[in-house]
Ligand binder design. Structure first.
Ligand SMILES: [Fe+2]
Length: 338
């Protein structure tokens, strides 16, 4: 392994996934700027195709087979992310990969398979060791998803809530990442719509492509996606297997709730302050949605969206009742007989 930064810190214990020689880069960029890194996962037997097929089978038996998905791969960067996925009846997709244009995704594989969950914890521990502090206010949820894709497929442009480590296991791919702070490229409107549940809210604009940074991933190399960093991916000429460790953290969840509340306020004709300008205002906005959200979220979707879904559902009911009341008030009044 060649070192990128060449710095080492004596206080960091030997790491299972990352390398302490890249400590400087982690500390300077994590959560903010995309950066490449080296990892030890490429030779890990957990990521061989036969082992991943076993993991998929375990997901089906655990009742989360809907998170094992197969779909026809895409070749366009600007086509909306395909949400509808076909639930496979068998594991044959793993055998058909080379001669097909299939994209297999195992989402949150760590929920059904303890070995992958241990690995997630190891990534968190390594990251906190490298940073020298907890991740973005404390980890609220961590998941591992696997992307197994036929040659030349494209993952269309999109944004994600969490902080991500995309680790290449087999094959090669180019990952194009954009600055999450560039509001011309990623307007606030798109972020707010994303946090109101519009998965494809971030729109690819070809004129901004030169603002992207291309990271060439080969086995043993990964790239950190800062939260909300727009990105798209093109696979190389062979089957690609990538492990994606995505981390939700308290600061990120709170910022998401501020965006959600801002969207609701904006729809009411107000002009709310953007997140991270006033800790007090942010705290007030976020606390409401945290209070409304599920107390024991079992997925990142619950964690981020359950509060705003309950609030909008409640607001819609109030509007509906108010509308009925208005209609009723305008009905001709029936006078009681004398
Ligand atoms: Fe992504």
């Amino acid at each position: 392994m060649s070192s990128i930064s060449g710095h080492s810190d004596a206080s960091i214990r030997p790491l299972g996934v990352f390398y302490d020689t890249e400590c400087d880069r982690f500390r300077a960029s994590f959560g903010d700027v995309a950066f490449s890194f080296h990892h030890r996962l490429a030779d890990n037997p957990l990521f061989s195709l036969p082992r991943l097929a076993v993991a998929a089978e375990r997901m089906i038996h655990a009742g989360i087979g809907n998170r094992f998905s197969v779909r026809a791969g895409a070749y366009d960067v600007d086509k909306p992310y395909v949400k509808e996925m076909e639930r496979p009846k068998s594991l044959s997709a793993f055998e058909e990969l080379r001669d097909s244009a299939l994209f297999i995704k195992l989402s949150n594989v760590n929920e059904a398979d303890r070995d992958y969950d241990d690995l997630c914890q190891e990534v968190v521990a390594d990251t906190e060791a490298l940073l020298g502090h907890e991740i973005l206010g404390g980890v609220t949820m961590v998941h591992l998803s696997m992307f197994i894709a036929a040659p030349h497929l494209v993952t269309p442009y999109h944004i994600d809530h969490d902080a991500n480590f995309l680790c290449q296991i087999t094959g090669e791919k180019d990952v194009y990442l954009f600055d999450p702070h560039d509001r011309e490229l990623l307007p606030t409107d798109e972020i707010e719509r994303f946090y109101l549940g519009e998965t494809n809210a971030a729109r690819y604009r070809e004129q901004y492509q030169p603002r992207g940074r291309c990271f060439r991933l080969v086995p043993g190399v990964g790239v950190h996606h800062p939260p909300l960093a727009p990105h798209w991916v093109r696979n190389g000429s062979d089957i690609s297997i990538s492990a994606s460790i995505h981390i939700c953290a308290r600061d990120l969840d709170r910022r998401a709730h501020v965006h959600q509340m801002n969207r609701i306020l904006r729809k009411s004709g107000l002009h709310p302050r953007p997140p991270e300008q006033s800790p007090l205002v942010d705290s007030i906005k976020a606390s409401g949605l945290e209070w409304l959200g599920k107390s024991n979220p079992t997925s990142s979707r619950d964690l981020i969206y359950s509060g705003v879904e309950r609030l909008t559902h409640g607001l819609n009911r109030v509007r509906s009742v108010a509308s009925k009341a208005r209609n009723w008030a305008h009905l001709p009044q029936v006078r009681p007989p004398h």
